[in-house]
Design a protein around this ligand. Sequence first.
Ligand SMILES: Cc1ncc(COP(=O)(O)O)c(C=O)c1O
Length: 418
Amino acid sequence: MNISKLASTLEGSEIIKIAGEINELKRKGEQIANLTIGDFDSNIFPIPDELKDGIVEAYRDNQTNYPPADGVAVLRENVSSFLKERFKLEYKTNQILVAGGSRPLIYGTYMALVDPGDKVIYPTPSWNNNHYCRFSGATQVPVKTSAENNFMPTADDIRPHVKGATLLALCSPLNPTGTMFSKKDLEEICDLVIEENKCRAADEKPLYIMYDQIYSLLTFGEQFHYDPVSLRPELKDRVIYIDGISKCLAATGVRVGWAFGPEHVIEQMKTIVGHVGAWAPKPEQMATAKFLTQPVELNNYLSTFKGKVQRSLDALYQGIIQMKADGFAVDAVNPMGAIYLTVKVDYIGKKTPEGKILQNSADVNFYLIKEAKIGIVPFSAFGTDSGVNWFRASVGACSLEDIQQMIPRMRDALSKLK
Ligand SMILES: Cc1ncc(COP(=O)(O)O)c(C=O)c1O
C-alpha cells in the first residue's frame, strides 16, 4: 500500500468498533443500553446554561478569528487562578497551553518529549496510550495492574521499568476503571521518579510524568483527588498535566482542554499543537474563560451533575452486587470518580444455548450485546490481554431507567450460559 509506515501501524479505537456494532443493531430496530462510549447523551447531561449562553454571546460578538496559538490570554489567566483556587497549584500563563480538547495536548506531550525508541511506561488498563506510543515511535512498556489495587498502578509495579524511561503516563480518576490513586500510592510513585531522576546524568533526558486529570472534578463522596506536584513540589519541572472541560462539564463536543507544566515543555507543545492547528474554537475559549470565574454556578452545576452520574453508577453497582449475592459470577468495584464502573463478568469458557464456547472477553461482550442488549467494553480494549474478564461500563449516555431495566436482562442472559 502506498501509505506511510506510521499510517499503516495505526489502528482505530477498539471502543468505536464496538459502538459501531451496537449502532448497526440499533439501525435494525434493537433497543440496546449503550454503556460503551465515554461520552454523554447531551439531553440527559447538558452543559451548564451559562457556558451555553457564553458561547452564543461570543459568536454574536464576532470572536471568530484565529485565537493565539497558546489560547486566549483571558482563558489562560482564568485557568491559572482556577488551578490556584481548586488545587493550590501555582502556574503562570506561559506554563499553560489551551487546545481543542485534551487529546491534542496528550499528542503534544508525547511529541515534545518522546523520541522514537524511547520507553513510555503506562498502566493497563488505561486509555489510548498504546495509540500515542505508536504515533511517537515509543517503545511501549505496559504495566499490569490488579483488581486488588483497584487497577491503579503502584511504585512496585513501575519500579522494574524506570531505568532509561522517558515518560510515565498516569491518569486519576482513571478511564476505564473509575478508580483513583490513594495518597500513599501516588506519593511512592512520585518518590520513585525523583530517585530515578537523581541517578541520571545532566545531559540525559529525565523521566517525566504525564498526569491526566480530566476527571478530577468528578469525584464522589469523600474521595480526594491527589496530584503529583501538590504531593511532591520538587517534581514541578517534571510533570505535564492534562485537563479541560470535556468530562467535568459534560462538554465533550465543545472542545476546550488545557495542559500545564514546565515552560520549556509547554513552549514546544505550543509549536506542535500550532502546526497541527488544533486550537480550541475562540468563542468556546471566551465562554470557558467567563464560566471559570463563576464558582457558584460551577459548583451548583457540578453538584447536580455528579449527583446524577453517581445515582446511575450506584444503581449499576448495586444491581451487579445483588447478582453476585444471588450466585452469578459477576463483581464490581465501588465507583470513586469519572463516569465508569468496573464490572467483572466471569463467563469465559461457558457455553451459549447455541453450543458456542465463549473463548475470551470479546465473545462475552458480544454475547451480552446480542442476548442482553447491553453494550460494555472489555478491558482488552484498554490494553489488557483478552483473558481478563473485567469490563468498563460507562453511564454517560444512558438514563437511570435504562440502567435499572438492563439488570434483569443481564440476569436472564447469564442464566442461559452453561
Ligand atoms: C482519560 C482521558 N483523557 C483524555 C480524554 C480526551 O478528552 P477530550 O475529549 O478533551 O479530547 C479522554 C476521553 O475519553 C479520557 O478518558
